[in-house]
Design a protein around this ligand. Structure first.
Ligand code: LMR
Length: 329
């Protein structure tokens, strides 16, 4: 009987082992550069919480905010190497790999976030998504930060001419560089996590960013003037390492896709709400002079930026521009 038991146990053992290895936790390290009190920061945490709950702890998304694990300029390479599994960089930062994505940086390309979402879903948007696969990137959606505003410490910016001579921090994107060069400003590519320091040292006079980023990093405390220009979209591509994605069991992939779909909807609304809240707070704080461009001003600004569109068309192709909502009849 003892012998029988032992042999039974031996039979059973491999199965137990299989189950053990199946139940080994899947860890997804998700690194990003902004604070936890921003749309991206909050959505990353919500995603982690829902995934943990829905997988009974089997999948753990570990979120590293504020560039603590990998800095702004490092996270994409860390993902490509497989050191982390997920990032959500600003789309502008993907343009060094896939420059066609800089269509999203074109000034006044979109009037609101709905237009952005429709564009991303369109045939041309999906072509842009597919281009990421060649770089071992697996795109899983788009999150909003919102529309960028301009702040600086030299003068109120009311007309495009007021930008002349200003040294302005930008994200690494040729289109953003063009946007400032053609109006006589000096764009400087600077890592997000050092913008505060660079403004403080006076190495740049101003910067462009969304209100949640400007407030979360306290940039407005160093600046005297803010222009509500809504001149460009800032959003994120949710990216996984493609090889890692392919290694995941089907049911895990389904859980992640479904959860991200839900979180994406939630994040879009959150970005809109937080942006409105931050603007109210800045208006109430009386700590920075705020100028709002009128619709007519924005039309004028937009036409000044026409050469940036030509630059894009010459370098990356017309079709991405032709598919923009403003070029659809
Ligand atoms: C920036 O560099 O300004 C942004 O990409 C930061 C962010 O991720 O929102």
């Amino acid at each position: 009987l003892t012998i029988l038991l032992v042999s039974c146990q031996e039979d059973v053992y491999p199965t137990d082992n299989e189950q053990l290895s199946h139940e080994e936790q899947i860890v997804i390290r998700f690194s990003h550069v902004v604070g936890e009190n921003t749309p991206k920061g909050m959505a990353a945490l919500k995603f982690a919480e829902l995934v943990k709950e829905r997988s009974n702890g089997y999948i753990e998304v570990q979120v590293f905010p504020n560039g603590v694990l990998y800095k702004d300029g490092e996270e994409l390479n860390a993902l490509l190497r497989g050191d982390i599994q997920m990032i959500a960089p600003a789309i502008s930062k993907i343009t060094t790999l896939v420059p066609e994505w800089s269509v999203m940086d074109l000034p006044y390309a979109f009037q609101n976030a709905d237009e952005v979402h429709t564009y991303v879903e369109s045939h041309v948007g999906q072509t842009l998504m597919t281009k990421l696969n060649a770089h071992n990137l697996w795109p899983m959606g788009v999150w909003d930060s919102g529309f960028k505003q301009l702040s600086n410490s030299i003068r109120p910016i009311k007309t495009v001419q007021d930008l002349q001579g200003l040294r302005v921090r930008i994200m690494p994107s040729d289109i953003l560089a063009e946007q400032f060069s053609i109006v006589g400003a000096y764009p400087k590519r600077i890592d997000f996590n050092t913008v505060f320091h660079q403004l403080q040292k006076g190495n740049v006079d101003g910067q462009e960013n969304t209100l949640t980023n400007i407030t979360s990093k306290n940039l407005y405390s160093l600046q005297d003037y803010l222009t509500i220009s809504n001149h460009g979209y800032l959003g994120y591509l949710l990216l996984m390492n493609h090889e890692f994605w392919n290694s995941l069991p089907k049911d895990v992939q389904t859980l992640l896709i479904e959860t991200l779909e839900e979180v994406q909807e939630w994040e879009w609304q959150l970005a809109e709400d937080l942006t409105a809240e931050r603007l109210d707070e800045m208006e109430a704080c009386d700590c920075i002079q705020i100028h709002r461009l009128s619709n007519k001003d924005m039309e004028e600004w937009a036409s000044t930026f026409d050469p940036v569109y030509r630059y894009y068309a010459d370098n990356y192709g017309k079709k991405y521009i032709e598919a923009l909502p403003k070029n659809q009849s």
